[in-house]
Design a protein around this ligand. Structure first.
Ligand code: SF4
Ligand code: SF4
Length: 437
């Protein structure tokens, strides 16, 4: 292992960790990275969990100190495990603190590194097991999701909720899943998507890696992405039911995450000399894959390959035509920047530009501190906090009398729509790709 690894945190298992963190100021160890936090507190007011709790342990500064003290051996993690897990798992990994911090300290990455040290199971065990099947047993996963959707359609989940079955320990996530998932997709959409999966163009010019929600719950989102691609005259090859490695990166084992990314790299390299662009509809997957070389810092061969692959990864905003015709009279719209690790950079700027061009003065510009939707399944980890954070977003939407909120991931749209239906039904949330119809 190179010097970048922080052996104080987990001496026995270096492969479970990132051996170096890529920061805007160069590569650092986790210890160096947390040490650069000078406790100035400029990030406190940007952190959703600190704003809700007003407690230092739920702030970026407190979280960084936790990692630093653990790395310096001044905090016994075994004895303080419960409090440490509370601090780690309550972090949204949203990267707002990094945006507010002059030193761009990647607090979310520090949290993941400490989670890996403690082997914390952030998601309910059964949900984690089922979702990890997408990578390990994709066929079984697909059948399971389809069966679950049909049983839900037949009312079995409602019945189970009525009987109190979902209140059993470890099953409460079923309630949240039932709340946020949309109605069974119309047959025409399912058929169209099925056909798109079956079509394999002889000379593909684009690969589409659909997110889990686009593939199984929001076929209209996947169809919108395909439509955007066809407007750009792309012959699109779909990679259905393919794990990007992000799920394992956030909730599971980093070694497994590397395995799935390596699999993607090899699959990509086998087509057209690894030159085809790969588009995704989830900003979380985009940000993760663009930083894939970070996973392989100890393996230069794979790092080079990961860099070549990362350079080919696009977000759906790259498929929009350069000029959109302005929308007619419409309600006000805004962008929800809820994402993992970061809220800055190309996809966010592009999305803002698209909405501004299309909606002109009806586009509501938001401050970076404005509440956003918790990303990538956070509400399954910390339902109570997730709901409060979503509610802050709903309040902000109501205050600005916004009619439509565009998100950069399907899951964020589902979460936000559920809360909007309950508390501000005048507004709705949709993925940005749906702007195209
Ligand atoms: S993370 Fe950055 S902004 Fe926050 S306390 Fe540390 S140095 Fe200051
Ligand atoms: S990543 Fe988000 S929730 Fe976590 S400390 Fe930073 S601002 Fe707070």
């Amino acid at each position: 292992m190179p010097d970048f690894y922080t052996p104080q945190l987990d001496p026995q298992h270096p492969a479970r960790h990132l051996c170096r963190l890529e920061t805007p100021f160069g590569a650092r160890t986790v210890y160096d990275s947390v040490s650069y936090c000078n406790r100035c507190g400029s990030c406190q007011q940007a952190c959703p969990t600190y704003l809700l709790t007003s407690q230092e342990t739920f702030s970026p500064r407190g979280r960084n100190q936790l990692v630093r003290l653990a790395a310096e051996g001044k905090l016994n993690l075994t004895r303080n495990r419960r409090q440490a897990e509370e601090t780690l798992n309550s972090c949204l990994l949203c990267g707002r603190c990094t945006q507010a911090c002059a030193g761009k300290i990647p607090t979310a990455e520090h949290m993941l590194e400490l989670r890996r040290t403690l082997r914390t199971q952030a998601l309910p065990a059964l949900l984690f097991k089922l979702l990890s099947w997408r990578g390990t047993r994709p066929t079984a996963f697909r059948r399971l999701v389809h069966t679950g959707l049909w049983l839900r359609r037949l009312g079995l989940l409602r019945f189970a909720r009525g009987c109190g079955f979902t209140r059993l320990p470890g099953l409460s996530w079923l309630n949240h899943a039932d709340d946020i998932l949309p109605a069974f997709p119309p047959a025409a959409q399912r058929r169209a998507l099925h056909q798109a999966f079956a079509n394999t163009p002889a000379e593909p010019t684009l690969i589409y890696l659909p997110s889990l929600e686009a593939e199984f719950f929001l076929p209209q989102l996947a169809l919108s992405v395909l439509q955007l691609a066809s407007q750009k005259k792309h012959q699109t090859l779909l990679w259905p039911n393919t794990s990007s490695g992000l799920f394992e990166y956030v909730y599971g084992d980093l070694r497994q995450s590397r395995r799935w990314v390596r699999r993607l790299i090899l699959r990509h390299a086998s087509l057209h000399k690894g030159k085809l662009p790969v588009v995704t509809d989830s900003v979380d997957v985009y940000l993760f894959l663009r930083r894939a070389p970070q996973l392989f810092a100890a393996w230069p061969y794979w790092q080079n390959k990961a860099q070549a692959f990362a350079d080919c990864v696009l977000f759906v905003t790259d498929l929009f035509p350069p000029k959109l015709s302005p929308a007619g009279a419409s309600a006000r719209v805004r962008l929800d920047c809820g994402a993992l690790f970061s809220r800055e950079g190309k996809p966010f700027e592009e999305a803002r530009k698209i909405l501004k061009t299309h909606f002109k003065k009806n586009f509501v510009e938001c401050l970076y501190k404005d509440a956003g939707t918790p990303a990538f399944g956070y509400s399954f980890v910390r339902g109570n906090l997730g709901e409060k954070i979503c509610m802050s977003a709903v309040r902000s939407i109501a205050r600005t009398q916004t009619g439509t909120v565009f998100t950069l991931s399907g899951l964020a749209a589902l979460e936000l729509n559920f809360q909007l239906k309950r508390f501000y039904p005048q507004a709705k949330a949709d993925h940005l790709a749906r702007l195209n119809g």
